[in-house]
Ligand binder design. Structure first.
Ligand code: UDP
Length: 363
């Protein structure tokens, strides 16, 4: 029997794969296995997604300990090599752009196992982002390119990748949103937090949170935003650590700023759906807000998901108070773009992807 192995390691990876098994069930001639590297390991960044989204227990867990990026990547490579030497799959699928994505793609390619990249071709053209290097490296190693938006196809063609190896699947992250929307609607998180008009924030990119100057400025901007409406800020573990390290907790001490642990997916998407806007530096959140038609301000110099800006509700902004507040004024006054849903973000990307993966291994 042909074997396909999907490798995940982080929160955004998990959200991209929730619907795969539903479609693999239609192909009993192929065995689908799930491997978790353990790159994200705490309850709020990992376990809760398994509980809420019905993702089955990974067939194999590498339990990689935290460390520097190089330590994590090399530990994943070492352990993953042991696994695939003993259990050789016919195809390794890797979603997204995190260190697990790159580490698993590299090992598979070295062992002559074909690699399929889920969310292929995205480019921010900003090599200071570790994710950008991961995207380029994984696409350099891949044999099959699953594409979420037109820019991905164009970037891959420019890099000389053969068009016949590309499959425009649409966005598997949106499949999760569509599948869970009835449950998301039922969340009571707004009542629990006493929310009325609010902005939802997420920040974790090194460019915004790793330097004291930038993070202090961000916290000051958040204080200004909280003078207009309530602010809900689920703090990513990386950002929490930096706020403590730089001793700037007091900047966020205000009754209108609700600091929480990261939310589970269902509560988070519920909050995003009913927010006045989402202000973020996340990759995936730009796409989720575009799908839901919720204004999104992405505080980054570039985006690897340009369709969210050209067709969706996303706008890039610098970490600059006037620029961000002026966008919020437009949103509050109803002068902000409404956006459209990009091509094939229809809840069936995983179906197309599984079809193509099965065809690849059974051809
Ligand atoms: N997310 C979540 N809880 C939160 C914040 C985000 O479940 O408190 C989800 C969000 O809906 C999206 C994913 O996490 O699906 C994005 O992850 P993240 O921003 O960490 O990664 P990126 O997309 O930037 O790689």
């Amino acid at each position: 029997m042909k074997k396909i192995l999907t490798c995940v390691g982080t929160r955004p990876n998990l959200i991209k794969i929730t619907q795969l098994d539903r479609w693999f069930a239609e192909y009993p001639q192929v065995q689908h296995a799930l491997l978790h590297t353990g790159q994200h390991y705490d309850d709020k960044m990992n376990d809760i997604f398994f509980r809420e989204l019905g993702i089955r227990r990974p067939d194999v867990h590498l339990h990689i300990p935290a460390g520097t990026q190089v330590q994590v990547i090399s530990a994943i490579m070492t352990e993953f090599e042991k696994y695939i030497t003993a259990n050789r799959p016919d195809l390794v699928m890797v979603p997204g752009d995190v260190n697990s994505t790159f580490a698993c793609a590299f090992v598979a390619q070295r062992h002559g196992i074909p690699v399929a990249h889920i969310e292929s071709g995205l480019r921010s053209f900003d090599m200071t982002m570790p994710e950008e290097a991961n995207r380029i490296l994984v696409d350099a190693l891949a044999d099959l390119f699953f594409i979420t938006e037109e820019s991905g196809r164009i970037n891959l063609l420019k890099e000389g990748k053969p068009e016949e190896k590309m499959v425009f699947t649409g966005n598997t992250m949106i499949d999760s949103l569509v599948a869970f929307m009835p449950v998301i609607e039922k969340s009571t998180v707004r009542q629990q937090l006493g929310l009325h008009k609010y902005y939802l924030l997420t920040f974790h990119r090194p460019v915004n949170v790793d330097e004291p100057k930038q993070l202090t400025l961000l916290c000051e901007i958040i204080r200004h935003i909280s003078q207009r409406a309530q602010v809900v800020f689920p703090v990513h573990p990386r950002t929490r650590l930096r706020i403590q390290e730089f001793g700037i907790n007091s900047l966020l001490a205000s009754p209108n700023i609700i600091l929480t642990e990261p939310f589970g997916y269902l509560d988070f998407i519920h909050l995003a759906k009913y927010a006045m806007a989402v202000i973020t530096d996340s990759g995936g959140v730009q796409e989720e807000t575009t799908y839901m038609g919720v204004p999104c301000i992405t505080v980054r110099p570039s985006t690897e998901r340009p369709v969210t800006v050209t067709e969706g509700t996303n706008t890039l902004a610098r970490l600059h108070q006037d620029e961000i507040l002026s966008l919020l004024t437009d949103i509050e006054n109803g002068n902000y773009k409404k956006g459209n849903i990009p091509k094939l973000w229809d809840g069936f990307a995983s179906k197309r992807l599984v079809e193509a993966a099965v065809r690849f291994v059974t051809a």
